[in-house]
Design a protein around this ligand. Sequence first.
Ligand code: PAF
Length: 282
Amino acid sequence: MQLFENITKMQEWAREQKKQGQSIALVPTMGYLHEGHLALVKEARRQCDKVVVSIFVNPIQFGAGEDFEQYPRDLEQDSALLEKERVDALFSPGIRDMYPGSFQTFVEAYGEITEKMCGASRPGHFKGVTTVVSKLFNICQPDRAYFGQKDAQQLMIVEKMVRELNFPLEIIRVPIVREKDGLAMSSRNVYLSPEERAEALVLYRALKMAEEEIKNGEREIGIIRQKMEEMIEACPRAAIDYIAINNANDLSELQTCTGKVLIALAVKFGKTRLIDNLIVEV
Ligand code: PAF
């Protein structure tokens, strides 16, 4: 596996692969890799000739008071994991290379899809994501880019951006990978104390309960949300950021649970904010 820290070198390598007729997969990450990331890498490996993984903790997608400084980092361990997965190139640029002092150009998506859920709780977050993802696409020139369904809103915004700005690539959705007990894999899980870790199972339990309610015929969004709230609020360490039940195609509001429904939530345990979601087809 080749390591690229330099943007121009990464771009030259990608250009050379394209010249030789090789398809390129990009798996954008912020590192501290877990099985969820590796599922993206495995899918990329299966579908493309060359696999590039980027590791960059993107400062502009973190708000003031969020966990940019504390975000876990371990490039050595990540490299070893990626070698095992037969990744061709690891792109790990420096912050000043990605955002020189003069940097003033951003890519921003607007509308309902960005305004609710994480967009409401983390102002500026998605502008940071769409900007860095656009840069990564221009640098690594992928034919396909792989994103996890755990960040459902991010995935939908990136898909919309790719469509609307005509990026010549395909976005591949990869299902959520969970621990055996149901907790969605996340680099942030390492922040949890044992007590918080135990209580964090309530996210998936609440989602499954909502799914069950819908399958049993409940269609009232208010009732489902209230039941989820009650279940989560019974955990003393949990603080709900949001519970959202929306159209899974575009995050538009639903009158009742019909069609493809995205149930998503964000819950804080101490300083750790976890997200999870599930799609139900009614
Ligand atoms: O999902 C992530 O890890 C990040 O938001 C991404 C897509 C790598 C952009 O920094």
